[in-house]
Design a protein around this ligand. Structure first.
Ligand SMILES: NC(=O)C1=CN([C@@H]2O[C@H](COP(=O)(O)OP(=O)(O)OC[C@H]3O[C@@H](n4cnc5c(N)ncnc54)[C@H](O)[C@@H]3O)[C@@H](O)[C@H]2O)C=CC1
Ligand SMILES: O=C(CO)COP(=O)(O)O
Length: 337
């Protein structure tokens, strides 16, 4: 298969490396928007900025510049930019006849800063409705995938041909790819777990204890599920890899950039300092407010998410967030409001 991966951050690079090492011998090209970065990676045979010390498979090709000729040869196109870059890239891909899948996890920020933002499949419906498209998601730190450590992902699309293409491209002895037709559920899980990972990072940074962390994860999953159901997802998706799986990984694994934001805030760093020190995108920072706005519009209660938004906005101190969440009225343990 000929696969083009657009975006050479940590995750695009790791997935391109995984596909290039696939026993089926795919021809994989990793496209970077910065020509100098592409040339440096080609020379060093590694992505020294994002995945230092993990060598590329010999067959992995690097590219930059005009996307059109590359896409014209591809049998599968992977968009590996952050959410903020998705719309522009999908517009460029309009008319592409082969399956397209994105890897980003989040909500697009609303352009006017007032209305709510969109999930990736909703962006695609506006920007490039002709595309045969889907998402690849699930619990997966880029470094571990680049190293070939065992990982399981979900390929979600309403189009069975897209799901099949993703399985053929990436399913390998080190990477299991499960198919799912609930793209809404898969995208909601991937987006909201980032917000909740900020909360658990904060909880652990404040040394509130393991009980508190387990409570946050479990009640966080209830929040994800409530929002997902209101948006039309299936409940069972949230017990799968893109829901519970990714929430547990991101909330507890120190490789998570979103969790690290929470840990840094707990140390007393400002949000700007925390984001600056990551050197990577932390989607939860950008989409927390959107999640809260969209939930409010749907009448969905998301107290942990609301507390994270207040913290990120500087309206609440970490200690006060704990008191706020613990001080809520007693409630039934249900997922539905
Ligand atoms: N790093 C990880 O372990 C995982 C990341 N993701 C998701 O994948 C997305 C990308 O994350 P990372 O690669 O980790 O971010 P990163 O911060 O490592 O790199 C982002 C890359 O995207 C490039 N980029 C930004 N806008 C672009 C555009 N318009 N066109 C092309 N390239 C553009 C930047 O130049 C940079 O190379 C995020 O939505 C993230 O949530 C999902 C699963 C795992
Ligand atoms: O999505 C991820 C793991 O599945 C990566 O999470 P972070 O963006 O928090 O590093």
């Amino acid at each position: 298969m000929h696969i083009v991966v657009i975006g050479a951050g940590a995750w695009g690079t790791a997935m391109a490396m995984s596909a290039a090492a696939h026993p089926a011998g795919h021809a994989v090209t990793l496209w970077a928007r910065d020509a100098a970065q592409a040339a440096a990676m080609q020379a060093a045979r590694e992505n020294a900025r994002y995945l230092r010390g993990v060598p590329f498979p010999p067959s992995l090709q690097l590219a930059s510049g005009d996307l059109a000729p590359l896409v014209a040869q591809a049998q599968l196109v992977i968009v590996a930019a952050p959410m903020a870059g998705l719309r522009g890239l999908l517009v460029q891909l309009r008319g592409c006849p082969v399956p397209v899948a994105w890897l980003c996890k989040g909500f697009e920020a609303a352009a006017d800063g007032q209305s709510f933002g969109l999930l990736a499949h909703e962006v695609r419906a506006q920007a490039a409705p002709d595309l045969r498209a889907g998402v690849l998601s699930g619990p997966s730190f880029a470094l571990e995938v680049a190293r070939g450590q065992p990982t399981a992902l979900v390929a979600a699309s309403e189009d069975v041909g897209v799901r099949d293409a993703l399985v053929r491209a990436f399913h390998s002895p080190s990477l299991r790819v499960y198919a799912n037709d609930d793209i809404v559920g898969v995208e909601v899980g991937g987006a909201v777990k980032n917000v909740l990972a900020i909360a658990t990072g904060l909880c652990d940074g404040l040394q509130l204890g393991l009980n508190a962390r387990a409570a946050l994860i479990t009640r966080g999953l209830a929040e994800i599920t409530r929002l997902g159901l209101a948006l039309g997802a299936r409940a069972e998706t949230f017990m799968g890899l893109s829901g519970l799986g990714d929430l547990v990984l991101t909330a507890t694994g120190d490789l998570s950039r979103n969790r690290r934001v929470g840990l840094l805030l707990a140390e007393g760093r400002t949000l700007d300092q925390a984001v600056e020190s990551l050197g990577h995108v932390a989607e939860g920072v950008y989409c927390a407010r959107t999640v809260a706005q969209r939930a409010a519009r749907l009448g969905v209660d998301m107290p942990i998410t609301k507390a994270v938004v207040a913290l990120l906005d500087g309206r609440l101190r970490p200690q006060d967030a704990v008191a706020l969440l613990m001080g809520r009225d007693p409630a039934e343990e249900t997922t539905t409001p």
